[in-house]
Design a protein around this ligand. Structure first.
Ligand SMILES: [Zn+2]
Length: 126
């Protein structure tokens, strides 16, 4: 049994699947493939959805990426504030830099699929 059922946007986001059919892959390669870093496919291989509905469509995902990055930073700072014995500015700063830099490809991929999910709806018939 899957924890997140097909049909919810969260399924598409977590599995990086087509926002319409939830079966086709969204990216050309895994998020950490540095040769094709988070390149989006042109069409869904399952339902033929055009992922790029207009030129530069995924530029808007930069705003989502910023919000995701800030949310991660707030979560890290919140963690250190919850456990004050672990708190130091240097430790917090190093943790932030490592997590944001190491997670950048994944944050970028998640931002693009979040952006796509704002414009495409799930359609089980496709
Ligand atoms: Zn599809």
């Amino acid at each position: 049994m899957k924890l997140i059922p097909k049909g919810s946007k969260l399924y598409s986001i977590i599995h990086l699947k087509c926002p319409r059919c939830h079966r086709g892959k969204f990216l050309q390669s895994p998020a950490y493939d540095m040769s094709k870093i988070t390149r989006v496919r042109s069409h869904c291989e399952e339902c033929d959805l055009n992922y790029k509905i207009e030129p530069s469509f995924y530029y808007g995902s930069m705003y989502v990426s910023y919000a995701v990055g800030v949310a991660i930073m707030i979560a890290i700072i919140g963690f250190f504030l919850i456990f004050p014995d672990e708190f130091s500015f240097l430790k917090t700063f190093i943790t932030l830099v490592v997590v944001i830099v190491a997670g950048a490809p994944f944050i970028n991929a998640v931002s693009k699929i979040l952006w796509a999910n704002l414009f495409f709806k799930y359609d089980p018939k496709k």
